[in-house]
Each structure stands twice: as structure tokens, then as C-alpha cells.
Design a protein around this ligand. Sequence first.
Ligand code: GAP
Length: 481
Amino acid sequence: MADAKLMEKLVSLCKRRGFIFPSSEIYGGLGGFWDYGPLGVALKKNIKDAWWQDMVIDPPDGPDGRQVEMVGLDCTIIMNPNVWKASGHVGGFSDPMVDCRTEGCKSRIRADQIDQTPCPLKPSKCAGQFEKCDLTEPREFNLMFQTYVGALQDASAVAYLRPETAQGIFANFKNVLDTSRVKLPFGIAQVGKSFRNEINPRNFTFRSREFEQMEIEFFCDDASAMDWYRFWRDTRYNWYVRHGLKSDKLQLRDQTEDERAHYAQACADIEYLFPFSEEMQELEGVAHRGCYDLGKHQEHSGKDLTYFDDDRWQADAAQYKGDKDAAKKAKENPPYRFLPTVIEPSAGADRATLAFLCEAYCEDQAPDDKGNMQTRVLMKFHPRLAPIKAAVFPLMSKGEMPEMAGRLYRQLKHRFNVAYDDKGAIGRRYRRQDEIGTPYCVTIDGDSLEQGTVTIRDRDTLEQVRVQADDVAAWLDERVR
Ligand code: GAP
């Protein structure tokens, strides 16, 4: 069930506590563009870092039981426009849209979303249902942002802001192959901004015009491609579950043949039930893309993008001993030389951030300073993703407690993003941290001065444990990394 109220509360909390603001808000904002505030930037960075650590630095073992080989890349946002001709984005990256010709409206609406889009002149009705609506026939609208490179602003200078990070990886496939000593199967990963001139940006950051992607292009031979497809599909789904997206709101859905691109042999969407929608929505896609992309870039660039399987050749070379022509011919063809097959897990960093925010929002009843039960708002982030890992409080703001708390805070700050707060009643300080999802609050009290211990309060269970002040860093390390 859609929960508009929950979404409203979340958007308001994001603004109030500094997670997400409308971009250039002092000038009225700009539809589909969002800024991340101090806590939002920390949350999104933790998500991207966790993805990089778990997918690139230390991925799980592959279906062949071996360490998965991954390298990273960071390509430019503006590339040679021929990249986008080869990939099909110039010709085909479009949404069908209709215009309303009515004076005072002149809106542009996605043709497939007319029945979900309120009429700007009469929002109680959907577009096309108000008697004054005068809609055109659907026309294709390219989603790429155009710009010009250099001093001239004519057709020869047109370039595009990338609508996905993937093509930079394909365009650099040969560079990586020639410089990194990688061997099939291996993956190239990239995290970066993408831009799409979405016709109806909506649902907070879910459909934005500027967003970040976390993409992997995994190259393998065709025989093992389905095993790698299943590996990445399950690895990616489990990653979300492990970081706290409840499995009843998360689903892995295999696309039907009709839904898939003609070159895709399999495709699965990882979907999440966002509070703004009745239906599960795409969080990430995992696609078996065959050798379509490398094939297109090879065709358009005229450069050889094939892979030569030297290990296999060395194993078989003896067969061709004494027949140089047969050896030469064999080396230029499969199974020795071929275009690799690609498995692509493609995630949105902003969509993942939004899903983790939605999942974390929670209200419960907890006692205030006087023991009265009050409604408490808390963000139950997974400790690894939480923007602030711990807050350090001196129970009293005067005397020796702040001194000891300050020492502990500085010690922890070397290793974790921690906060210090000595303002107001302790209950209120806890609430402030609960609302931004800080998993642990460390309090220095009278016993701390005498025994060198502190209390650590758990955000979710409210349980408190006493720990030696010197052990707090190790205690936190075990729980937040
Ligand atoms: N290279 C494949 C590709 O780009 P996609 O399904 O168009 O596939 C991948 O995008 C992911 O990027 C989506 O699952 C979503 O998480 C994110 N994404 C796409 N468009 C977005 C938008 N307008 N706003 C926010 N995230 C978006």
C-alpha cells in the first residue's frame, strides 16, 4: 500500500535534519535536481563505499569458486558523441511524450503516464480527462542533455552529458585489457554522475535528472555467462538484504522476454516497495547483454575490441605445430579470439539511498527524561551505512565530564564519523541522534570519572552496556564496519 503520509514525513525529516534539499532552493529550486546536506552526503558516501568495498575490493567468490577479479574506472561525463551514436542513445534513448496545446497549460507529459499525471490546470483530474485538455499525439523525446564543446555552438560541436556510466567502461575495455593484465572473467566498475532529461521527474529523488550510478560491466565467455548472470543477480539482491532492506519489501523479479531488450538473454530487476507507490519499483537491473555493446563499439570505432584467450591457446597450441597457416587462422577465431559476453549489474546510488532512508524511518514509544512514554522518531540505518556512527555525551556540561568526553570524542574521530553534544537534557540529546540514525550514544557519567567506564546505548533496543572508555573504539569497530 502506498503511504503518502510516511513519504511526507520522510521528505520533511530529510530537509529538517540536513539529508536532502531541493537544489538551488533559494531561487525556487529546479525540478528533478537535489542537493545532499551534511548527513545525506555521509549516508550516500557510506552506501557507495560499501558497494565499492563489497563488489570491487573484496567481492564474494564466483560460481567457479575463485576470487572474482574486479578493477575500477572513472570516465568523463562528456565523451565523444560517437559513443552515444554507437550505443544507440542518440537514435533511441527516448520516451514517448504528449504536449498539451491548451493556453495556460502547455505541459509535456510522458505518454505512458497520462493516467497517473494530474492535469496542471485541474489537479483533481488526470491529464486528458479535463474537458479543456488538448493533447497531441505521442512523439519521441530524447532524454539526453545536450551541450556544446568549444567556442562554436553549431552541430559540429554538439556533445551530451552521459545518461549512464556504462558506455565509458565499454569505450575503455581495450585500455583496461592492455594495461591491467586482467584475464577473463573480470569486471570493470564505475561510480559516477549520470544525467537524463526526464519528462516527469518525481517521487523525491527516485526519478531525478541528475543522479549517480554504481555500475559493473562483467566480461566473461559465453559458455559461463548464465552462471555469472545468476551470480551477480543473487549477489546484488543479497547485498541489499544484508544492509537492512527487509525482504518483504524487496523482490528479485526476472523480466519476461517481452520486457527485455532484443539482445538481452536474461534480465532481472531488484525492486523495492517505496512508500509513494502501490507497486514495487526498480532499484537495480542485472542484465545479460551478450556481446552487443562491444560489438557496436567495434563496428562504429573500427577498433578491434576482441579478447584473446592466451591460456587456452597455450594449452592447445601443440595441435597446430607444423601448420603455421592453420595456427594463424585458429588464433583469430573462437574459442581463442572473440568478443566477450557482458553481465551488467546497474544500480542507482540515489535510489539506493532513498530506499535505505524509507526503510530506516520508524516511530515507536520510548520514555522521556521524566519516564513518560513519548513518540520517538528514529532512523534504523544499518550501522555500516549510518552517517554518524556514535555520539559522545558528557552527562553534565560542566566539570570533569566534558573533559573526559572531549578526549574520547577526539580519539574516536580519528577512525569514525562521530558527534559530540553537551547541550540540553540527556533524553533530548538521545532523540536528536535517534532521528538521524546514530546507532550508538556513548555517555560519560559520574562512574566514568571514578572507574574509567562509559555507557553505550543502543538506538534500536535502548539497552545500555558499560564498557571501559579505552575499549570503545574496538567495541564500535566490531559493529560498524
Ligand atoms: N547501464 C544500464 C542502465 O543505465 P537503467 O535501468 O536505465 O540501466 C540503472 O539505470 C539504474 O540507475 C536504475 O536501476 C536506477 O537505480 C538508476 N536510475 C536510472 N534512471 C534514474 C533517474 N532518473 N533517477 C534516479 N536514478 C535513476
